[in-house]
Write a protein that binds this ligand. Structure first.
Ligand code: ADP
Ligand code: MG
Length: 740
């Protein structure tokens, strides 16, 4: 399987985007094709790497047939939400190093090359000016025609010239498309409708409707472009350059060119371009682009900084630890970009609906034009042609096709502003119907930072020995428990003395230290290994240590509940989540204590990882049909549960690749309260989407009905087409104003 991305420049029709997607999907060897209208990208997964050239040919063919003005370009860098002029090389395939040399040989896409600005919109801007000019000139002639009250051929000439100026292009496009076998598109429908008006000598109406239509289209374009810009800028965390130290000099290069272990310098005000460790300097960094957290964070020598942070104060020198493609920023951008390929049910419904709606309306229009004049006495062809053309004007489902994906995209963008990454519109939609939220305890509701509160030794061992063997045993583990023990043991650990290390998830560690067989873990581990020991009944997480089959003592460690957890659970309840459940592998006492403090409804303790999955499966069988179960974990040893839940949410995604991979939603900060925020955003998005569906379908149905009975006129039809689109787009944009 291989994945490819393409830019579809100048893509401006959402309906055509879904048609393109549909056709490309049918090309041989293509597993899945998604066209993202918002980011103008086409994402492909092919079965095999063969025939790529042929596939490329076919893609270009399809696109050019459906949308001749769209330019297909292979994406050089897959994490590139916006295209900066640097990266646009002539054919999209040359590396920009070579650009200057190849410039003269460049003949493909030549005319479009100079149209690109920072955001690829200048083409649109130029068009906009031209369109406005046309509208003004045509509008002026139209007004003269109305005021002058001319008769006969003069009247026709005046209105016809106004018509040609504003609508000539539409007619031409309609003709061109017909030649290519594309009959029923908007251009054709508007042409027929306005020709109808001219044929019935309603000249002013023919012109006015075309004018109105073009004004609507213009507003629609502006609205779509504006929303695209504001949403993508929300997610635009891509660093533009890196200052890399090479041969004692600082060179500005693009982040992709920097290698692991090179030194980069980040000055105040600049973005950290790659993940790495500070080797010199200290500063405050703004992490809000990744976490939504507005408080700047202090960083200094030895600490890790992530790409996407913004350096606020001092100059810092960083040793790069991950190449750009592996750095946090790339991971996040990739995730957000791919989000639209997982479509919400509402989106799929609209796509399906659009497929049947247009042909249905066109067929009814044809019947309206033909049948009544034949069978109804006194029905004139002219009158029924007019009614039929009203149908044609409303036959585009544009309002829905544009505004629904826009709404979801906006919802995902808004969530990312709060440090919540949602991997697909389907998950955003699913968050709307959450019945149960299941939390993992350690690291999710609690901080996952343990400290040792008590050490006991017995059978001739002393406390120092107990701690030492525990620390040696834990030295390879990254479990929060291990980290706390190692921290407590301050001395250096001689790893040469450690052999046969084995971590048993949910039990503990079995290992050989200095030739002695050491067990460190919970009571289950002791029972399992048949060690005679005294069970403690302290409240706390308890580790038992056995050395060479002899019980040596225990360590009690405690974790603190996150400040945010109580609030998180309260606000989930306020958002109609019925059950809050906590699962943990920790002992019953501590589990119950935490559960009581946080007011969770149910708690299951002393679970092994596979038992957590079983518990979740049980809950899944008992849930109400159509409702969802969310599992929230920290990504450490709960990946199977994350994957099993309807929606898996990983906390504290910063720096944890495993969590980012396994989850459907990643919360970049450590706050469980963000789950309620995500649910709120989901509800807001859904409400807007439903409003748009009802509004658009309602107005269309109304005007169709009125049109059939001869009550609605062409003006209302055009409003039901473009006017409704604009209102729906503006409504979708309200999601960006979401506030916690
Ligand atoms: P939680 O469900 O609270 O996240 P885990 O499933 O990670 O807990 O672990 C469950 C229990 O298994 C812990 O409370 C501890 O008793 C034991 N355990 C897991 N990993 C270790 C380890 N590295 N060292 C000692 N004990 C461990
Ligand atoms: Mg855990």
């Amino acid at each position: 399987m291989s994945k490819m991305q393409w830019m579809l420049e100048n893509l401006d029709c959402a309906h055509c985007a879904s048609k393109i997607e549909d056709k490309i999907q049918k090309i041989e060897h293509i597993e899945k094709a998604t066209v993202n209208f918002m980011t103008k990208t086409l994402i492909l997964t092919c079965k095999e790497d063969r025939d790529l050239d042929k596939i490329e040919e076919e893609i270009k063919d399809i696109v050019h047939k459906l949308e001749p003005h769209v330019v297909v370009k292979k994406k050089v860098d897959k994490t590139n939400l916006k295209i900066s002029p640097k990266e646009i090389s002539c054919c999209g395939e040359h590396d920009h190093h070579h650009k200057h040399h190849t410039h003269n040989h460049c003949d493909c896409y030549h005319e479009h090359h100079e149209h690109n600005d920072e955001h690829g919109h200048s083409h649109g801007d130029g068009d906009t000016k031209k369109t406005i000019l046309k509208l003004l000139v045509s509008g002026a002639i139209f007004t003269v025609g109305l005021i002058g009250n001319f008769k006969g051929n003069v009247e026709l000439a005046i209105f016809l010239s106004a018509y040609i100026i504003v609508g000539g292009e539409v007619v031409l496009r309609a003709l061109k498309n017909i030649m290519r076998g594309q009959v029923f598109d908007e251009n054709f429908l508007m042409t027929i409708a306005t020709f109808g008006a001219f044929a019935t000598r309603e000249f002013p109406e023919g012109v006015a409707v075309m004018l109105f239509y073009q004004v609507g289209e213009l507003f629609q374009d502006i609205a779509v472009n504006k929303s695209r810009k504001s949403i993508t800028s929300l997610m635009d965390i891509r660093p533009d350059f890196a200052n890399v130290k090479r041969d004692g000099q600082l060179t500005k290069v693009s982040p992709e060119e920097v290698l692991v272990n090179e030194m980069i310098v980040v000055k105040p005000g600049e973005k950290v371009p790659l993940d790495g460790v500070i080797v010199e300097g200290k500063s405050m960094v703004d992490t809000s682009a990744l976490t939504g957290e507005s408080m700047p964070r202090h960083v200094e020598e030895g600490e890790t900084v992530l790409s996407g942070f913004i350096n606020q104060r001092g100059v810092i020198c960083i040793k790069v630890s991950k190449e750009f493609g592996e750095s946090t920023v790339s991971k996040i951008l990739e995730l957000v970009e791919n989000a639209s390929s997982r479509k919400a049910k509402a989106e799929n419904f609209i796509t399906k609906f659009a497929k049947y709606y247009t042909p249905a309306v066109v067929i009814i229009a044809a019947m309206l034009a033909i049948i009544p004049p034949i069978f109804i006495e006194g029905a004139t062809v002219v009158e029924w042609l007019y009614r039929a053309s009203i149908f044609l004007v409303i036959s585009c489902p544009c309002a829905l096709v544009i505004s629904i994906p826009l709404g979801f995209f906006g919802g995902i963008g808004t969530a990312s502003k709060y440090g919540i990454l949602i991997k697909g519109s389907n998950y955003l939609e699913a968050l709307n119907n959450v019945e149960t939220v299941v939390f993992d305890k350690t690291g999710t509701l609690t901080q996952g930072i343990f400290h040792v509160t008590q050490i006991d030794a017995t059978n001739g061992f002393n406390k120092d020995e107990v701690l030492k063997y525990a620390a040696y045993a834990e030295s390879y583990s990254n479990h929060p428990i291990a980290i706390s023990i190692i921290k407590e043991y301050k001395d250096k650990i001689n790893k040469d003395q450690i052999n046969g290390y084995e971590e048993i998830s949910g039990y503990g560690i079995v290992v050989e230290v200095e030739g002695k067989k050491v067990l460190v873990g919970n009571n289950k581990l002791m029972y399992h290994k048949k060690i005679k020991f005294e069970e403690m009944d302290d409240v706390g997480t308890i580790l038992y240590i056995a050395i060479d089959e002899v019980y040596a003592g225990s360590i009690v460690i405690e974790d603190t509940i996150k400040e945010d957890s109580i609030e998180a659970i309260k606000s989930l309840k306020n958002n109609q989540v019925k059950n809050i459940v906590m699962l943990t592998g920790d002992n019953e006492k501590i589990a119950n204590k935490v559960a009581k403090e946080l007011k969770v409804d149910k708690v299951y303790s002393e679970l092994l990882p596979h038992e957590k999955v079983e518990k979740l499966e049980n809950m899944d069988q008992q849930k109400t049909y159509g409702k969802n179960i969310v599992f929230v974990g920290d990504g450490i040893n709960d990946a199977p549960v994350l994957a099993r839940a309807d929606i898996g949410i990983a906390m504290g995604g910063l720096g944890s690749d495993a969590a980012i991979e396994a989850a459907d939603v990643v919360i970049m900060t450590d706050e469980p309260s963000k789950i309620a925020t995500a649910i709120k955003i989901s509800k807001r998005t859904k409400r807007i989407v439903i409003q748009n569906i009802i509004f658009a379908l309602g107005v269309k149905a109304l005007v169709l009905g009125l049109g059939a009975f001869g009550i609605a006129n062409m003006w209302e039809a055009v409003f039901a087409d473009v006017g409704v689109s604009i209102i729906a787009i503006l409504n979708s944009m309200r999601i960006l104003r979401f506030q916690k």
